[in-house]
Design a protein around this ligand. Sequence first.
Ligand code: F0G
Length: 527
Amino acid sequence: MNPEPTDRELAEPHLLGTLATVGVNVEYVRAHGDTLYRLDEEGREIPVTDFAGGYGALILGHNHPEITALARDLLERQVPVYTQFSRHPAANRAAHLINDIIRRETGTEEPYFAFFSSTGAEAVEAATKHAEFVRSQRLAALATGIDGNVASARAAVAAGRAEPGPDVYERAGADTAQAADQVLEHLVARLERHNDEVLSRPPVYFALEGSFHGKLAGSVQLTHNPGFRTPFAAMAARARFVPMNEGEALVKAVEEERAVVWDLVVEDGRVGVVERPAPVFGAFLVEPIQGEGGIHEVGREFAERIQTVCAEIECPIIVDEVQSGMGRTGSFLASARIGLRGDYYALAKSLGGGIAKSSVMLVREQHYRAEFELVHSSTFAKDGFSTPVAVRVLELLEADGGAAYSRARERGERLRLALERVREDFPDVVAQVRGRGLMLGLEFRSTSDSPSELFRFFAEADVLGYVLSGYLLREHDIRALPTASAVNTLRLAPSIGIGDEQIDRLEQALRNVALVLRESDEQALAP
Ligand code: F0G
């Protein structure tokens, strides 16, 4: 067999080809803070300002000196990295730090238990899986209770202590001429059929339109983009997507998914049927600020609605702070600001300090099931490298009375004002500036009505943002990317260390982009 030529791309060659069409297929060779370096033809480093921020994994920037020093120290001290089934004090320390923060930001005294993993999707799936563990126990308890009540009803009727009531006749489809025990058996058969059907349904998940919760088999069904989700629909429970900030639509969706099981009661010599709410709800997933969906914020009122409805139907809330959390929006949790309290939280991205893969799912004590720890695990969970890194990240964010959060707010405001100035001067091409802190989006208007055929093509092929990304890199040495689900929106997520000069250069570059769009300058954007 001939070996493959070594210059043949085998690691996602198709994606690389796509990047090449817009000119973002560059290799970065070094990075610190918000600066990346690529090499020119002579091998000289060209600095590129990074506003993509590892899609939110770099709240502290690339290779933050304290994080890299810690990493070096851990390796030099030969700290054991993989020691599954042993004590992990750093994981415990991280859990405590996060609990202190949750307590401060939400005012809750209830502790949250922590389950560590490696990626955002894993944390989301650990949360949905834990919620399903709880639900399955509720289902079993409900079924056992009903079995017991059916047995009691049978015994009461057999002993002549009770007669089937009118609702039993009605639901059994029986008439009064039939013997009491036969009527009851008819009903029990129907009850079992009905209950089996309801209790064996897959859990109902609610997520918001525009949501992104990961791309693994389970989590991708909670991710709204149909292109990501539909080919894999058979692999996991599907979600019901609710439009953002529409309380009435949320209530309607919930009403449509509610279900009841039948139960029997014996009272005053009569067997009667009662309906009990069935625990059909898996979880309600919310990103307080949608990232991949194009930077959309959940409003306070809608958050309150979610909270009230979920409490009423006993549906746990999973707050996905994988992107919005870790201080990016000016507080550790973006959800705290809108009064949204999670039964579960998912954190990832910046938890790894920009060098490790780390995520954590937190579950509040009331929902926590100790036995889950025996059925859920990963080789890489609570490892001796990423966990101390997470602790240091948390300590850095919390240092000096939370100076990092103020910094995210202040830098975010500075960046936001720059984007707003561009929008004010180019309202014909810039539609909106959205977001909070260092999680911002700049949406361009569609070029579908452009006089230029090329620009119309960009709109039709849904690639405008990527083309602009290529232009920003080529002409301005700026890295900024749209998201796959909102291609007209550039997502800006730099670190808290982003400088004035870097923001000013972005503003200037975006002004040039706006001019190119205004003038349908094909030359500038031609591939
Ligand atoms: N949840 C949210 C809110 C996310 O933004 C992401 C990833 C995930 C979960 C999954 O995390 O990639 O570590 O498994 N968002 C990236 C993005 C991919 O483009 O915003 P993961």
